[in-house]
Ligand binder design. Structure first.
Ligand code: SER
Length: 872
């Protein structure tokens, strides 16, 4: 069986057991502030476990792409060095949301592995949770009992919390788990039960393949456990490891999952992969690292995460740079290489994860730009590191310099240092980093303390239809400490406030709680909760609430949001269908739209785009909203969807003229395009490789902008004495100015030539060279410098010292013929330092040319006079 067949067997098996098969969610977890990336199959289903959302189908199975490179689950250090860890991997999973529990989960796992997939029963060991006193949790004897039907007692092992209690992150759903391990050693080594001691002992041939988690608790932010409303099953099987077991290989990298990529890397680098492990085989380590990392980087970018300096984007950049360093150092490849792997990877996955194939060209370009950027500084950074390594010490300042100047992520510096047996001064690095304070925008808010529940229930958004609601209640509230200080939050039973999302900012407004007026500062989403940030908590949280959205602000925001849709459609019309939304921001003041396009948008194109949007505005097109239609129907209707966005079963479709603009969108819009009034683009530029940004304004903002432009124009007109044609007049003035400048330059040159003649004539002959020292009547440093060189050239070998005053400041320049710097050991830098003392300043430079500036113009004479003496 090959990888695609193995995957299909898994999905078919659970489909037979009445599971609904769903697509993988994108890697980037937009709705979950506790995760940067989806790190496990269950993460996209968190709401179902917590009970804040009810699953349409209580049994689900899929293969989910997962990334374990940050936070609680991070395998990055192992990747490449061993045979079975990855950054990106596929997790095969089956779920029960409050439906079946341990009995079925265990029996089905056994049936699939041994009967369907034909794995040897006596290679299998299972583990169960041994209990934990601190958390007050008993051992999972129930699972042990269930396993006894299939495996002998001595193959059922017990492990503590570290191995057998699974948690998504520092907070979130969790529960005891039961793992399935497989012993892949050859028969002669597998003497009776000898694998037992190798379970959970980092043996490359005795590995965990499947984890069955029995979700029963929520870990709160304060570390305590609360029981979940229902019990669930979350299983995760490492797909690449399963392929290793079934294909009978000793490494994930030898399976059909990786063979294509590795052949490609061998071809590009001219190095053969020999499947060896250990420090002596760095070429093999590098090939594994490259094969692994390109998967993580490609899918993360396809799913909407771009390499960046902070947050999730920085994680992607670090992985990419780590791969570049490995091929540069150990595959001796100096040219970009990762980008060439995107196409074969996209091809390999087009049936199961088509998102990469759909954006192959874009991802390739982004990766190529990143590679080029890092290759520019990598070799000098490595040289710098070598020097530090020879000195035996990588101090914090140097590590920071490597980070800041050479683009070395700190873990890369640590990796290279580690290869040399050196440590990096991490506290020193942290201090240097803090000192620079570049990263203040990192990570989000830190939560201290949890919600106080006023009443149970579901929060509903009613803000598509209402801006004001009376007789609403508060469901829960909390105070928390954020980077900016204390914040207060409440969740309403029914909320007309739009929560920040899809680029549109959150609504603001007012709550009146039992007569007390409270300001709503922002509205955000935490998974399914609509959270209002307020200026203070109400005195009587259980009193009835009147909720009012700031309607003027909402209206301005809506104009900008609808204008964004009109803009996207116009861009596709003018630039082509490759234009894809890459990010957007819509607030009451303006709109910002990022999209894929590979060159500057010309002024002509911008004008056409602006014109199309304005025509659409004047056509007064009415909004058509389909609030909840099946996603398939929206797709059939040709709605624009975003890559990297996870859409539910039913979606909201916003149309302004079925032949013009139709998008899936959760935001709020004007009822009719006419109310946008007018649309003006105010800027266009690049944000990243292949991504452009347009900023635009509408309505009153656009009116004010146009008024201001016109008033600037009439001021210019007036200052030119109201000519008939302002532009011709301005061009004429500029031409006149250019001619005048040319004339001045010519006169300066003439003056300088005269001066040069005098100086050459007055040169003093010394022993084997001539000396000129003079104060010039010039003001321009550039002219003085060229004059000095001109004289030096004419008299060569010669020493030329000139002094002059520019903008009130004295300056000195020393030019010495190269012949003299070697023969006589003259050094212009040293001379100018001595001379600078006279003018109360300092300077320096090279042996053949140096300059100095000072503050005492009256000292210039002395300085020039002292030259002869110096050369004496
Ligand atoms: N959540 C568990 C894991 O990631 C099982 O899916 O291992």
């Amino acid at each position: 069986m090959t990888a695609p067949e193995i995957r299909q067997h898994f999905l078919d098996f659970f489909a037979e057991k009445a599971h609904r098969i769903v697509d993988s969610a994108p890697l980037v977890s937009k709705d979950d502030p506790t995760l940067l990336f989806v790190n496990s199959g269950m993460a996209p289903f968190k709401d179902y476990f917590l009970g804040t959302k009810v699953a349409a189908n209580p049994r689900v199975a899929d293969t989910q792409r997962c990334l374990r490179v940050s936070g609680k689950h991070n395998d990055l250090e192992e990747v490449g060095r061993d045979s079975y860890h990855h950054t990106l991997f596929e997790m095969l999973g089956n779920w029960s949301f409050g439906d079946y529990f341990k009995t079925e989960a265990i029996a089905w796992a056994w049936e699939l592995l041994t009967e369907r997939l034909g794995l040897d029963a006596d290679r299998i060991y299972v583990s169960v949770f041994a209990g934990d006193a601190a958390d007050g949790l008993p051992a999972d004897e129930e699972s042990a009992g269930l396993w006894r039907q299939f495996v002998p007692e001595d193959r059922i092992l017990r492990f503590d919390k570290k191995d057998n209690f699974w948690e998504m992150g520092d907070s979130g759903p969790c529960g005891p788990c039961s793992e399935i391990h497989i012993d892949l050693r050859p028969a002669e080594e597998r003497t009776d039960g000898s694998g037992r001691a190798l379970v959970n002992a980092d043996h490359p041939q005795v590995v965990e393949i499947w984890n069955l988690v029995f979700m029963q608790f929520n870990r709160r932010a304060d570390g305590s456990l609360e029981p979940l409303p229902a019990r669930h099953v979350d299983t995760g099987m490492g797909f690449e490891r399963l392929c290793m077991a079934i294909e009978g290989k000793t490494s994930n990298y030898e399976t059909s999952v990786f063979s294509g990529l590795i052949a490609e890397i061998e071809h590009l680098s001219g190095k053969a992969y020999t499947n060896r492990y250990g420090d002596a085989s760095m070429g093999d380590v590098a090939i594994r690292v490259v094969a692994d990392h390109i998967r993580a980087v490609s899918f993360a970018i396809a799913d909407g995460s771009l390499p960046a300096n902070a947050g999730a984007g920085y994680v992607i950049r670090r992985i990419l740079r780590r791969a570049v360093r490995y091929y540069y150092s150990f595959l001796e490849r100096q040219e970009p290489m990762l980008h060439a792997l995107v196409a074969p990877l996209a091809d390999q996955f087009k049936a199961v994860f088509p998102v990469l194939e759909q954006q192959r060209e874009f991802v390739t370009r982004v990766v190529l730009e990143e590679e080029r950027g890092f290759l520019r500084t990598l070799s000098s950074g490595l040289e710098r590191l070598e020097v530090l390594a020879k000195a035996g010490n990588i101090d914090g300042e140097s590590a920071f310099e490597l980070y800041d100047t050479f683009g070395f992520p700190i873990d890369l510096t640590q990796l290279v240092a580690d290869e040399r047996g050196l440590a990096v001064d991490m506290p020193g690095f942290e201090r240097a980093l803090q000192a620079q304070k570049t990263r203040s925008r990192a990570a989000g808010e830190r939560t201290v303390g949890d919600w106080t529940i006023v009443s149970e229930g579901e929060a509903r958004f009613v803000g598509y239809d209402h801006l004001e609601r009376g007789d609403v209640g508060i469901l829960r509230f909390r105070s928390l400490t954020t980077k900016k200080g204390k914040a207060h939050q409440v969740v309403l039973t029914e909320s007309p406030f739009y929560a920040e999302g899809g680029g549109q900012v959150g609504d603001r407004g007012q709550l009146t709680v039992g007569g007390e007026v409270i300001e709503v500062l922002n509205t955000t989403r935490d998974n399914d909760l609509l959270v209002l940030t307020v200026d203070r908590l109400p005195a009587k949280p259980s009193a009835p609430v009147v909720a009012q959205v700031n309607a003027a602000l909402r209206a301005r925001t809506e104009r900008n949001h609808t204008a964004t849709h009109l803009l996207q459609a116009a861009l596709r019309e003018v630039l082509g269908p490759h234009v894809q939304q890459r990010g957007s921001l819509v607030n009451g003041d303006y709109l910002r739209f990022d999209f894929s396009h590979f060159s500057k948008v010309s002024d002509g194109e911008l004008a056409r785009v602006e014109e199309i949007v304005n025509v659409r505005i004047r056509q007064t097109i009415a909004l058509e909203e389909a609030r909840a239609i099946p996603i398939a129907e929206a797709a059939a209707a040709g709605a624009t969807m975003l890559f990297g966005e996870k859409y539910g079963e039913s979606v909201r479709m916003i149309t302004f003229d079925a032949d013009y603009s139709r998008e899936l969108c959760g935001g709020t819009h004007v009822a009719n395009t006419g109310s946008i009034g007018q649309f003006r683009i105010i800027s266009e530029g690049a944000v990243a490789a292949g991504i452009r940004r347009i900023e635009a304004i509408t309505a009153e903002g656009a009116d004010a902008y146009v008024r201001e432009q016109l008033s600037v124009l009439s001021a210019v007109r007036e200052s030119l004495k109201n000519p008939i044609d302002v532009l011709t007049q301005v061009e004429a003035i500029q031409e006149e100015l250019r001619a005048a400048r040319r004339e001045i330059e010519r006169l300066h040159q003439e003056q300088a030539n005269e001066a040069a003649k005098d100086l050459v004539a007055g040169a003093v002959a010394r022993d084997g060279y001539r000396l000129v020292a003079a104060k010039l009547a010039l003001e321009d440093a550039k002219a003085a410098k060229s004059l000095a060189f001109q004289i030096e050239d004419q008299l060569s070998p010669a020493v030329v010292v000139v002094g002059f005053v520019s903008a009130g400041k004295p300056q000195l320049m020393v030019a010495i013929s190269k012949a003299l710097t070697t023969r006589e050991g003259f050094h212009a830098g040293q001379v100018v330092k001595t001379l600078a003392a006279h003018i109360g300043g300092g300077g320096g430079g090279q042996a053949f040319f140096a300059s100095a500036g000072g503050s005492r113009p009256e000292g210039l004479g002395e300085a020039i006079a002292s030259v002869a003496e110096i050369f004496e």
